[in-house]
Ligand binder design. Structure first.
Ligand code: FMN
Length: 169
């Protein structure tokens, strides 16, 4: 039986003409899908779709998300020092699409509840977290935002929305 594996790509030796091969490799890792929210200096809610969510620590409770450096919500998260994460359930694909689109009135999609700290969290999600930003780490064309979890809830009986190879499962 032959095992013809593709050659390993070394992007630091031969810069790639585009990011497709690396995107494809990253995309093999199946993830859930979240909506990251915050509010700007005028109190207007902001948010975007993110699958770069990772649980980090139980004690103290911490998580991370990685917004691109040009994500419009990033200045708001930095200014407020707060962000929310809602882990989408299987029926919430429309919310994921909306918060990844150019639509301005993103919060018109889905039902939202306000946390004690003023963050909008999605109703019907598998889990919600309200966080305080504790570390903001430069990482190439993205930032690693680490949050301390101030409050959270989860619903055991909901199936999560899944994302792999550029599509939803
Ligand atoms: C499933 C999915 C996951 C995404 N994950 C991220 C992510 O982790 N980080 C990121 O910066 N953008 C991510 N995006 C892209 C942003 O949601 C998208 O660029 C959004 O429009 C950014 O918000 P903005 O237009 O307000 O800057 C993801 C998009 C989709 C559909």
């Amino acid at each position: 039986m032959s095992d013809k594996r593709p050659a390993l790509i070394q992007p630091h030796v031969h810069p790639l003409p585009d990011h497709r091969p690396l995107r494809d490799a990253f995309g093999c890792f199946a993830t859930g899908v979240t909506i990251v929210t915050s509010f700007d200096r005028d109190g207007n809610p902001v948010g975007f779709t993110a699958n770069s969510f990772t649980s980090v620590s139980l004690d103290p409770p911490m998580l991370l998300v990685c917004p691109g450096r040009n994500i419009r919500s990033l200045p708001a998260i930095r200014h407020s020092g707060l962000f929310g994460v809602s882990v989408l359930s299987a029926g919430q694909r429309g919310v994921a699409d909306c918060f990844a689109s150019r639509r301005e009135d993103r919060f018109g999609e889905g039902e939202w509840v306000e946390s004690e700290s003023g963050l909008l969290l999605l109703e019907g999600a598998c889990a919600n977290f309200a966080c305080t930003l504790v570390q903001d780490v430069d990482a190439g064309d993205h930032q690693v935002l680490i949050g301390r979890i101030d409050s959270f809830r989860s619903a055991e009986n909901r199936h999560p929305l899944m994302f792999v190879r550029g599509g939803y499962l």
